[in-house]
Ligand binder design. Structure first.
Ligand code: G3I
Length: 323
């Protein structure tokens, strides 16, 4: 039987996020990355506010640490994320030039970034979370939409495609499984991109008790029916979605429920056709380093490894999902 996640997942990459600081620290973080994973996503360091801190001034140094580590350890790198309203540098938010100059700036940024990482970053989230939650209009009113128009997503994909015809281009968003209306809006957006897009990134920030297998399957089915690659891009599975502030540890019952959900997600992903497979990425190694702890402000244990890098039942659930 397989000795690691990457050995067990023979038809797709098993992804993990990392940071330059974690790689520089080495230790059990990098040992775990090397033992279990073959695809890396930068948690933060390949976002616009880091790579393009001021106009005309690029800083790829943090992303390069991740890329160099991946190349030294035979791992692919997934670039996350060229355009995201939540990681846009303030100089871009406050851009003083004309709309045409803004668009040229964005094209230069995407071109420069893809050229820097050409041959080292296999895939990119070109645009992340462009879709509005809940409201009528499907697109958030980001500075990109304001200055480049409603078709800014297509323009950004075109810039990326022009810069590197070989890189795999994704649209990435969240609540793809838990919100059928947002899922349909995403597929409508994707349909408008034609052959500029290669894949769909469904973040998969979910809970032990939802969304349902049927809703997760609907994400896979909609992607496969469009002949696109599917990236389950940011999987974590909350064990305390009730947001109980007093829960002090992960109970055996809840750990096993979380294990079952990991197994279900992996089974659904593993069942899609080979041509539509890309990677299944979890959003963090250790429970205590998950973004969810700060985001919700309550205890949680959403990942496959505990704070001592020990494998949890969730890890076993991932492996069982591959059988
Ligand atoms: O590294 C700097 C540090 O130098 C500085 O002193 C400190 C205080 O400003 O900030 C540190 O950077 C933080 C970074 O995480 C650490 O890597 C940023 O402030 C903080 O905003 C950033 O948060 C990340 C967040 O995206 C925003 O970029 C989280 O780690 C990351 O888990 C989260 O991931 C997002 C995905 O990209 C998109 N989907 C949702 C997901 C969760 O929000």
């Amino acid at each position: 039987n397989a000795t690691s996640l990457k050995d067990a997942a023979t038809t797709f990459s098993v992804g993990m996020i990392t940071r330059d600081s974690y790689i520089n620290a080495g230790g059990k973080h990098t040992e775990t990355l090397k033992a279990e994973f073959n695809n890396l996503t930068s948690e933060y360091q390949m976002k616009m506010e880091v790579m393009y801190p001021s106009e005309g001034n690029y800083d790829f140094s943090a992303g390069d640490v991740i890329v160099d580590f991946a190349q030294a350890n035979d791992m692919d790198v997934h670039g996350h994320a060229l355009i995201w309203h939540n990681a846009t540098p303030s100089w871009v938010e406050n851009f003083a030039g004309t709309d045409a100059e803004f668009e040229t700036m964005v094209e230069d940024y995407i071109t420069t970034t893809l050229e820097h990482y050409k041959g080292k970053v296999r895939s990119w989230d070109v645009v992340n979370e462009a879709l509005e939650d809940g409201s009528g209009h499907p697109l958030r009113n980001s500075v990109f939409r304001q200055k480049m128009g409603d078709d800014y997503v297509k323009k950004c994909f075109q810039f990326a495609r022009n810069a590197d015809p070989d890189v795999i281009l994704f649209y990435n968003d969240y609540n793809m499984a838990s919100s059928p209306t947002k899922r349909e809006a995403m597929f409508n957006l994707v349909d408008g991109l034609g052959d500029l897009i290669d894949g769909v990134g469904a973040q998969m920030h979910i809970s032990y008790n939802g969304p349902s297998a049927a809703n997760i399957q609907a994400v896979a089915d909609g992607t496969v029916s469009r002949n696109l690659k599917l990236h389950f891009a940011e999987l974590d599975i909350r064990a305390n979605p009730e947001e109980d502030p007093n829960v002090s540890s992960l109970s055996t019952t809840r750990a096993n429920a979380q294990k079952d959900k990991f197994k279900e997600v992996v089974q659904i992903y593993n069942a899609i056709p080979l041509d539509n497979k890309f990677a299944l990425t979890t959003w963090g190694v250790r429970d205590n380093e998950s973004w969810l702890l700060d985001f919700w402000g309550v205890p949680d244990w959403p990942l496959m490894f505990d704070e001592n890098y020990n494998k949890k039942p969730a890890y076993t659930g991932f492996l069982e999902g591959l059988q």
